[in-house]
Write a protein that binds this ligand. Structure first.
Ligand SMILES: [Zn+2]
Length: 291
């Protein structure tokens, strides 16, 4: 095993926090980086915002100085209004940072309607725009920004240059368990070509470990081999969706087909979660293919 998929320290400066998204353990990890400044990577969901606040307080890390968003999808953004409001009540401000391309999407979150779990609150806070090569200084740790579109057009990777640990959000897919990898073609902004370019870009970055939003800290050889694995998983799933283009939204059929042909342990994801994720993938596929 070359992954840590539970709450706790992943290196001397960094804590993985399982936000238990939608009440389920092991599907969304937030990361707290503590140096001269405290920073969290991604904000999490509105339904878990109170719990995120509690967990950060327990870690003596509320409010953090900043939240850096890997991209603008709802599960990475919707806790922001609650967390910022709590900080303001303490007379503090949390700085929000995201790709410059994410800012219009944060202002208008209704594109998340494709996920069917709304309503989604627009993010009205000031947002500091980030671009390729920017450095965020945590006073003791520097974070370097890379643009890695594909999953969305506003996705960034964040390299902790002290620990040589890179945060890739959802850019390479969802891997909540060993031998359980789901591709990243989610709606509504999936783009295959920029995804492939971003994978190649990640291969050329010198890092030792990698953090997924869904889910966990990946180290040793798997931190690099997961990039090729992402592409082969993507190709397999895309092909299967192409072959079943008339049955994409027959979710029970798609689930059985995936269990039989590709991913036997998809069974263990639970009926509702499996069908929810398949609905999202089918929607991402459909929008990209203009069906
Ligand atoms: Zn996403």
């Amino acid at each position: 095993m070359t992954a840590i998929r539970q709450s706790g320290k992943i290196n001397e400066d960094t804590t993985l926090i399982d936000i238990e998204m939608l009440g389920i353990q092991g599907i969304f990890s937030m990361y707290l980086i503590e140096s001269g400044k405290k920073c969290i990577i991604d904000a999490g969901t509105k339904t878990e915002a109170q719990e995120i606040h509690n967990k950060l307080k327990e870690l003596n890390a509320f409010p953090p100085d900043m939240i850096i968003l890997t991209h603008s999808h709802w599960d990475h953004t919707q806790a922001i209004p609650f967390l910022c409001h709590k900080a303001e009540k303490m007379g503090k401000q949390i700085e929000i940072l995201a790709s410059a391309a994410a800012i219009p999407h944060l202002r208008e979150q209704s594109f998340n309607d494709a996920f069917g779990l709304g309503p989604y609150e627009n993010i009205k806070n000031d947002v500091t725009p980030l671009k390729e090569g920017d450095i965020v200084d945590l006073e003791g740790i520097t974070l370097k920004i890379f643009e890695i579109p594909g999953h969305t057009n506003d996705h960034i990777a964040i390299l902790d240059e002290k620990n040589n640990n890179i945060y890739v959000g959802d850019a390479i897919g969802i891997k909540p368990l060993d031998n359980f990898f789901i591709p990243p073609f989610l709606p509504p902004y999936w783009d295959k070509d920029t995804y492939v370019n971003s994978i190649n870009k990640l291969k050329n970055i010198d890092y030792d470990s990698l953090c997924l939003a869904h889910f966990g800290y990946i180290y040793d050889d798997e931190a690099k081999s997961i990039l090729d694995e992402s592409v082969s998983v993507y190709e397999q799933w895309w092909k299967l969706f192409e072959e079943n283009v008339d049955k994409l939204f027959d979710l029970a059929y798609m689930k059985d087909t995936i269990i039989q042909k590709m991913l036997p342990n998809f069974e263990h994801f639970g009926e509702v979660l499996a069908q929810t994720v398949l609905f999202w993938l089918a929607t991402g596929f459909k929008i990209y293919k203009n069906l």
